[in-house]
Design a protein around this ligand. Sequence first.
Ligand SMILES: NC(=O)c1ccc[n+]([C@@H]2O[C@H](COP(=O)([O-])OP(=O)(O)OC[C@H]3O[C@@H](n4cnc5c(N)ncnc54)[C@H](OP(=O)(O)O)[C@@H]3O)[C@@H](O)[C@H]2O)c1
Length: 254
Amino acid sequence: MAASQPRIALITGATAGIGAATAARFAAAGWHLVLTGRRAERLDQAAKTLGVPVHGIVCDIDDHAATQKALGAIPPAFAAVEVLVNNAGHGIGTDRKFQEADLAEMHAIVETNIQAVLTVTRTLLPGMIARGKGHVIQIGSSFHRYPHPQSHVYGATKAFVENLTQALRAEVLGTGVRVSTVEAGLVKTEFVERRFRGNQELIAQRLGGLDTLLPEDVAECIFFCVSMPQRASVSRLELLMTDQAPGFMQLVRR
Ligand SMILES: NC(=O)c1ccc[n+]([C@@H]2O[C@H](COP(=O)([O-])OP(=O)(O)OC[C@H]3O[C@@H](n4cnc5c(N)ncnc54)[C@H](OP(=O)(O)O)[C@@H]3O)[C@@H](O)[C@H]2O)c1
């Protein structure tokens, strides 16, 4: 009997946090991986330790031409990407209110959280459709569902991503390709370090005493979406801390 073909997942932003945990989850199930990120040493380390074949793509995902070129040069053994996890993202610039935030930093959030998602998805989706099989998973955020002070551009990019997910479902209807959004609440990753520029006092103020989600929790949700039978497509999956009710309480008393 012929050996079964390896299943291939491509995860953007796999050098840290949710992306790294997702790579580990898929590797544990024997998937072969294409991983992207800017930090080459972390991708090398993943290739050495995950125990499955890994093709690392070192690039700044904001550089759309370089990203497209790298995706076009994926070696044949990894080219039939079945699962795309659009994970790379950040919220740098949302440590201040919208009216005080740096405009260039706001644009940079849009660049990574929206433009790069368009670039990678537009590049890989036709292959999935041609193969009649695939799954695009977008990493969303509870920030878009429950806007609050300092969620501004970041939350709005995740609203875009969720809307795009639903539109894509309509676009690929009948092709066998599935599209899902996994929306997470607060997860303990480097995201918060970057967002608050390493200011430990501020980070402690925001996250101190909270039993936050771990990247592995989100990775498990992503893997769950993929593991559902082909007839079932998770449209949107929201994961919050047990200690959080929906939303962030905002009141002004006069
Ligand atoms: N942490 C949370 O509370 C939370 C909650 C909901 C949703 N999310 C979403 O989850 C996703 C992952 O975030 P995380 O919490 O795991 O953050 P993280 O630990 O900071 O990891 C972010 C990943 O994205 C990559 N990345 C960022 N900018 C990039 C760029 N311009 N080019 C290439 N790679 C880039 C980073 O890789 P390099 O630095 O090596 O490039 C890194 O691997 C993001 O989309 C985030 O919005 C996070």
